[in-house]
Design a protein around this ligand. Structure first.
Ligand code: SF4
Length: 371
């Protein structure tokens, strides 16, 4: 029985993020700002909705995210224009990759319009930003072609098993596997390549699906990644005993389909890359619990209502919506971002379980800031 805990909500005034101060002396927007650990700002995750049609037990347990849950009203959400303006400012500070998340981002109406706006933005090198999106695949059949046409580059689909009963236990809304697989097929038909599928492994719930998933996606051109169950937010009842370390998952697969580790594509890549020795494709491991990667973390997050978070496990954000809706200029907002990032110390996964980590107040919910 999950203990009833009301997750952090900004409008509850507990951890309301304050608007960061605008420095008296403004400097030109630049890409050289590093945080206190020498990490540059290169990736931005933008949550476009705090709603979802799934109730994955590791993210939005339905006992808590029920019909009485205080979801954000439409007025509270950043508009597409505000998201595009903020993204343009982040791009001027070195951001090259955008991941649209949620909740379930495809539930945000006319999302293609936002993607078209973001596709016009250029990095400081004059290149289009790398536009990616993570979805549960439930409405991908309907949306894939429009997302592609709007300029989305890459897709990641969450799928936690092939056995319907087990998958339904994970998504907790009785949603069938076939529809997600059909969504993946629709994405391939729409011309998306280099698709990724993420499976959260919860020991004792779906770990018996690991080999079946590997077998299904092996040789399909889709890269399957296994994610260690994380203590995100404050309501998923996380416990270390439910974590199956990636090392064990890799051993399980290697015993059936020999695999070997390969180089990362770039510094700060979240997933460790492996490939099948027989050349039939890649798999990946995202091991935030047992093999932390904070030392290379270049990610900032923007919540659905414009709060900037410096870590997935943060307990408070910085209110940029207030600045966007004020008379502050882009340069002033850019300076506020640079200062906020420069003060960043976050490395939660490295201190998980330590007094410092546990002393912190409740953590913000992943469904609010995106995975
Ligand atoms: S725990 Fe925080 S700092 Fe570490 S990798 Fe994750 S988001 Fe980055």
């Amino acid at each position: 029985m999950v203990e009833k805990v009301i997750p952090i909500r900004l409008d509850e005034g507990k951890d309301k993020g304050l608007a960061p101060p605008i420095p008296g002396q403004l400097v030109a927007a630049n890409t050289s700002t590093k945080d206190t650990r020498g990490r540059p700002l290169r990736d931005l995750r933008i949550s476009v909705t705090d709603r979802c049609n799934f109730r994955c037990t590791y993210c939005m347990p339905k006992e808590i995210f029920d019909k009485n849950y205080p979801y954000l009203s439409h007025q509270e959400l950043l508009s597409f224009e505000e998201i595009a303006r903020l993204t343009t400012i982040f791009a001027s500070l070195g951001v090259e990759k955008i991941r649209l998340t949620g909740g379930e981002p495809l539930l945000r109406k006319n999302l293609e319009v936002l993607i078209e706006m973001l596709a016009k933005i250029r990095s400081t090198a004059g290149q289009p930003l790398d536009l990616t999106l993570t979805t549960n695949g439930s409405i991908l059949r309907k949306k894939a072609a429009a997302l592609k046409a709007a300029g989305l580059h890459r897709l990641t689909i969450s799928l936690d098993g092939l056995n319907d009963e087990i998958f339904k236990k994970m998504n907790d809304v009785d949603f069938p596997v076939t529809d997600v697989l059909d969504g993946i097929a629709a994405a391939q038909e729409a011309g998306f390549t280099n698709l990724k599928v993420n499976m959260v492994v919860k020991k004792g719930t779906n770990d018996q699906e690991i080999i079946a998933m590997a077998k299904h996606f092996k040789g399909s051109g889709v890269t399957l990644r296994f994610i260690e169950f994380m203590d995100v937010g404050s309501s998923n009842g996380w416990d270390m005993s439910q974590v199956l370390p990636s090392k064990d998952v890799a051993e399980k697969i290697n015993a059936v389909f020999p695999i070997e580790a390969i180089e990362a594509n770039y510094p700060g890549e979240v997933a460790q890359r492996w490939r099948y020795v027989d050349g039939s494709g890649e798999i990946g491991f995202i091991s935030s619990v047992t093999q932390t990667f904070c030392h290379e973390c270049t990610r900032a997050r923007i919540s659905t209502d414009g709060q900037m978070y410096l870590c997935l496990f943060a307990n408070a954000g910085f209110d940029f919506k207030t600045l966007l809706r004020s008379d502050k200029s882009d340069l002033e907002i850019a300076n506020a971002i640079m200062n906020t990032w420069a003060d960043r110390e976050d490395h939660y996964s490295e201190i998980r379980g330590s007094n410092t980590a546990t002393a912190a107040t409740r953590k913000v919910e992943m469904s609010y800031i995106g995975g």
